[in-house]
Design a protein around this ligand. Structure first.
Ligand code: TRP
Length: 390
């Protein structure tokens, strides 16, 4: 991202003129689109290599990491989220890293005009986090909108990125093409910079995310570096955080496409055992009776095998071998049992918390208080660095 000419200019401390916005009337010029895709692919393999190094550091000294990650409150979390990122958070917490989990309520407004059911969805997220083992005594769960100093960081940060860079973000482009907004809002273009504030307000140095978030991590690293260069006076105000990619392959939903809240194909953490059984029973498979793990040619069957394997701590090949030629019905029975058994303690904890709304609200309030204290301290430092103490 930092190697192309306009951005190099934007980086140079002696060049105060920002790169001009693209001259074309289209907000998303094609030439830079393919450039961005190529850079993205490069970024992903570098991030995977870096993840291996980080995992080693986590094993030897987890205490050096401050972890921040989070979700948009748009519904209940599902097993794709769980094996993709959620279990990673709890693992890091339990190893001794400091964990911040952000409920990104302002980010909900990026791809829709109205944030419906926000209060309910925020509570659902808190419930899901507590259910999977995020410990509010050690970790901080908080919402964007309750932390003013975090949001204030957005303004100096916005001055550190060019419109051309914002236009190039491949994840934002993708979201614009799937947007439910009547018109693309300014928030859609700027939310990656807001996300930089989410990460940098607490000086997180490790961000467990999926691959789609790598462009945003790159924005965060760029903002941190430019802020330090411009205002740091030789010292590092913000660390440049690393992405920690999950090793779990993508889980498909029950219809064979990507598991997603909005597609109605998701196995949620919150569902009960019967509903889970019903959903898995209706899952798409194929006509071949012999069950084998072949992700390229048998994606639906393989995803079900993978799911059972993740729940049982086995390999998908082992699960397949046990089923042999017993067919799709046997496969589905195995998967249902594996999922329901794995989720039973998580679901029991979720039900217990769900009965105590006052406790939920207190946990969120205390998380918000902690996040505010951290954000206030960082903003004070930023004001000092920028000489804006009045
Ligand atoms: N953009 C993330 C998503 O859509 C959610 C998010 C908001 C996030 N702020 C964050 C993730 C900070 C990691 C770090 O899933």
């Amino acid at each position: 991202m930092d190697t192309t000419a306009p951005i190099a200019d934007f980086d140079a401390p002696a060049a105060p003129t920002p790169a001009p916005a693209p001259a074309s009337s289209s907000a998303l010029p094609d030439a830079s689109a393919s450039e961005a895709v190529a850079a993205d692919r490069l970024g992903a393999s570098a991030a995977r290599e870096r993840t291996a190094v980080l995992e080693e550091l986590i094993r030897t000294d987890p205490g050096q990491f401050r972890v921040l990650t989070g979700d948009r409150p748009t519904g209940q979390l599902h097993l794709g989220h769980y094996f993709g990122t959620l279990h990673n958070r709890v693992r890091l917490q339990n190893l001794g890293a400091e964990l911040f989990v952000i409920i990104a309520d302002y980010q909900v407004l990026t791809d829709r005009d109205v944030a419906d059911n926000l209060t309910t969805y925020v509570e659902e997220l808190v419930l899901d986090y507590l259910a999977i083992g995020v410990d509010p005594a050690r970790s901080t769960i908080f919402t964007h909108s309750a932390v003013p100093a975090l949001n204030q960081l957005l303004l100096p940060f916005l001055s550190l990125v060019s419109v051309a860079e914002l236009n190039r973000n491949p994840t934002v482009k993708d979201e614009i093409s799937h947007s439910r907004q009547s018109a693309v809002s300014g928030l859609m273009f700027t939310y990656p910079v807001h996300q930089a504030a989410d990460i940098l307000f607490c000086k997180a140095n490790l961000v467990p995310v999926g691959q789609d978030q790598l462009p945003h991590l790159e924005v965060t690293r760029t903002v941190a570096r430019r802020f330090n260069d411009r205002y740091g006076n030789g010292s590092t105000v913000f660390p440049r955080p690393d992405a920690l990619l999950s090793s779990a392959p993508l889980l498909l939903g029950t219809d064979g496409t990507k598991m997603s809240k909005s597609r109605g194909n998701a196995l949620t953490l919150a569902a009960d055992a019967d509903e889970t059984a019903r959903l898995i029973k209706g899952a798409k498979t194929d006509a071949e009776r012999h069950i084998s793990y072949e992700p390229a040619t048998r994606p639906e069957v393989s995803s079900l095998l993978l799911l059972a394997a993740l729940c049982q701590g086995r390999t998908p090949e082992q699960v397949a071998a046990d089923i042999g030629s017993a067919g799709a019905a046997a496969l589905k029975r195995t998967v249902t049992e594996a999922v329901n058994e794995y989720l039973a303690p998580i679901r029991a904890r979720r039900r217990a918390y769900a009965q105590d709304r006052a406790l939920l609200r207190r946990i969120l309030r205390e998380g918000n208080e902690r996040a505010n204290a951290v954000a206030d301290a960082t903003l004070a430092e930023v004001r000092t660095a920028m000489n804006s103490h009045y």
